[in-house]
Design a protein around this ligand. Sequence first.
Ligand SMILES: [Zn+2]
Length: 326
Amino acid sequence: MPHHDPQLLLELLGPDAILCRRALTGESGVALPPLHDHHVHLHLIDERQLAPHGIAAAVDLGGDPVALARRPSDGFPRISYAGAFLTAAGGYPVGRPWAPDEITHEVTNASTHPGVPGGAATAVDEQAECGASVIKVALNRDAGPIFDLETLSAIVSSAHARAMPVVAHVQGEGMMRLALDAQVDALAHAPFSEWLDGASIARAHATGQLWISTLSMHDGADAERAVINLATFAATGGRVLYGTDLGNGQRPGGIQIDELRSLDAAGVRGAALIATLTDPWPLAEPPHGVSTFVPGAAPADLDAVPAWLAGATVVPTEELIHDDHA
Ligand SMILES: [Zn+2]
């Protein structure tokens, strides 16, 4: 490990990066807080691949709430989840080959009373009772019916009454505006189907909305719009979280270098890139007892950070010895 300028380490990797060695092997490297993928679908991936490849915590944004509730709550990666997609009757992703019936819940009325069939509060209550810590809604005008503002607002207020944020899949003309009007807390994908004007992006930032990136799952014009929209949002000061939509398409489990490179290209670089990975959303705290370990020398400049991060793995924190004099 070469000697490092602490100011450079701070700029490249943030305030929590520590030069260290692994006690068992003596291998030197850099420790970081646990890394999160804020958008995965566990029923479509081999989750055992996550921790060996750097992901200590993952957020399932659409799965079977009962199956998720039955998971052991200890162990790694730590999983938080939304439960089912809440959607309009016949709305996305009902009937999709990757979306068995258990992972969608159709909301047909704006009732905020408990136990009303098809009601907004009933849908939120069911996910909460299965241990969900965030509510997922589908707003996809390109693929079926969508909620009206009254129903979506009722879902948001029911979730907020339980101190749960609402994250939306936003796709199609006008869907970003609907999400903003209903005070949706987060976007599951940086907006990719429409160019956002400055006023919409300023409004998203002013209301504290956060965006999960998923930049690298798109091609062509969608990819271009997602990167530019996210670059503008980030430059405005918007809160961006790393997320991959892992399970959508065939990719190896773990940290995704393409996503890191796309975020970097959108101007989310160095310590800001690390911050998108270490944010514990939707929970308040990162998982305890584990750290990220990246073997070898720390990156020498901003351009080197994404490829360097691809070497990350999850280790018990107690296994790491600080190199005080590095
Ligand atoms: Zn997804």
